[in-house]
Design a protein around this ligand. Structure first.
Ligand code: OKP
Ligand code: MG
Ligand code: ZN
Length: 348
């Protein structure tokens, strides 16, 4: 057994986010992104004795505001109180956006601000969302600190997830972009180059947008074709970065039914790109909604494939932070996520 097993960072405050609604198919359903996801992963970490489980430290808002705008952070902090103060009966759901030809100014009214600061309507906000999102960022930053202090890798068991969040937009169940916050923290601590590899089923649109004009953070995402699936408006293969960042964004897109034998070719391309980039640290945005039985996705990865994924990531030989993203087959999410960690540590 590894003399230094991988540590997991987890906060019970994730459960403060427990919205009752997700707008899906014209109905308000029980959200896919629910508290049992994190609890099931934590149970598997314990059951497999993966390694020590730590609670996060408090890092304050400064490292969050290296990635997110102060006005967006302030909006999230008071959103639920503002919604209640406006006398709304249900959960806060954006329902209006600045369409083509309209003005991108920040309205006073909470309905207007919900639209201004979001790009999708499935992500309801209620009491505790702010606290859970803050805790999730602290989980990520604590894992980053472990790695900066010499751990080979660490598992940030983040909930809510982060990779869809832009500098000033929530959506896709995400509020703070935990992977981006970790990458920026490495940069601010003197790591010259950082790579973010997003293996969630969905495009990491927020992460891409945050670093799109930068060459110091390489962003790569493997995902379902956005012509067919969320987030629909970003994540195509011709998006290569802009300005100084041209050549430092890579999207690899697959169609419905993609098995690991195909998906892993994209993983190989991604790993080869990372090897050429020679980063000083790696952030893996880890979603396991690529699983064959995931209820909202269309890839066909099997549980044992996550061991292979972990093994390949370990071959990069980089200081690595894993941030938990998606995965909605709750019965399998623990096995699949922890398989990545165990594969990384050499299990086959
Ligand atoms: C978040 B993460 C389902 C629509 C799904 C939102 C997906 C968010 C995924 N009917 N829309 O990347 O796992
Ligand atoms: Mg992805
Ligand atoms: Zn996803």
């Amino acid at each position: 057994k590894d003399p230094r097993p991988m540590k997991t960072v987890f906060s019970p405050l994730h459960s403060r986010r427990h919205v009752r609604t997700e707008l899906d198919g014209g109905l308000l359903i029980e959200p896919h992104e629910k508290p049992s996801r994190a609890e099931t992963i934590l149970a598997r970490v314990k059951d497999q004795a993966l390694g020590e489980i730590l609670e996060p430290e408090e890092f304050g808002l400064a490292p969050i505001q290296r990635v997110h705008t102060p006005d967006y952070v302030a909006f999230l902090e008071t959103c639920w109180q503002d919604w209640l103060a406006a006398g709304k009966p249900g959960e806060a759901i954006p329902a209006v956006w600045a369409g083509r030809g309209m003005r991108h100014r920040i309205p006073k009214d909470i309905d207007g601000r919900l639209g201004y600061y979001s790009f999708a309507a499935e992500t309801s906000i209620s009491e505790g969302t702010w606290e859970a999102a803050r805790a999730s960022a602290n989980v990520a930053l604590t894992a980053q600190k472990l790695v900066a202090d010499g751990e080979r890798a660490a598992f940030a068991l983040c909930r809510p997830p982060g990779h869809h969040a832009h500098a000033d937009l929530f959506g896709g169940y995400c509020f703070f972009n935990n992977a981006a916050i970790v990458a920026q923290a490495f940069r601010d601590q003197g790591y010259g180059k950082v790579a973010i590899l997003d293996v969630d089923f969905h495009h990491g649109n927020g992460t891409q947008a945050i670093f799109y004009d930068r060459a110091d953070v390489l962003t790569i995402s493997l995902h379902g074709d956005p012509d067919l699936v969320f987030p629909h408006f970003l994540g195509f293969e011709d998006e290569l970065g802009e300005g100084t960042g041209e050549g430092y964004n890579l999207n690899i897109v697959y169609p419905p039914g993609t098995p690991y034998s195909t998906w892993s070719q994209g993983l190989e391309t991604a790993c080869e790109r990372i090897e050429v980039f020679k980063p000083d640290a790696l952030v893996v945005a880890l979603g396991v909604d690529t699983f064959e039985h995931d209820p909202i996705s269309f890839f066909k990865l099997a549980s044992e494939d996550y061991l292979s994924l972990g093994q390949r990531l370990a071959q990069l030989g980089l200081p690595t932070v894993f941030t938990m993203e998606g995965g909605y087959d709750v019965d399998a999410i623990g096995v699949n996520a922890v398989n990545v960690m165990q594969g990384f540590e050499g299990k086959s």
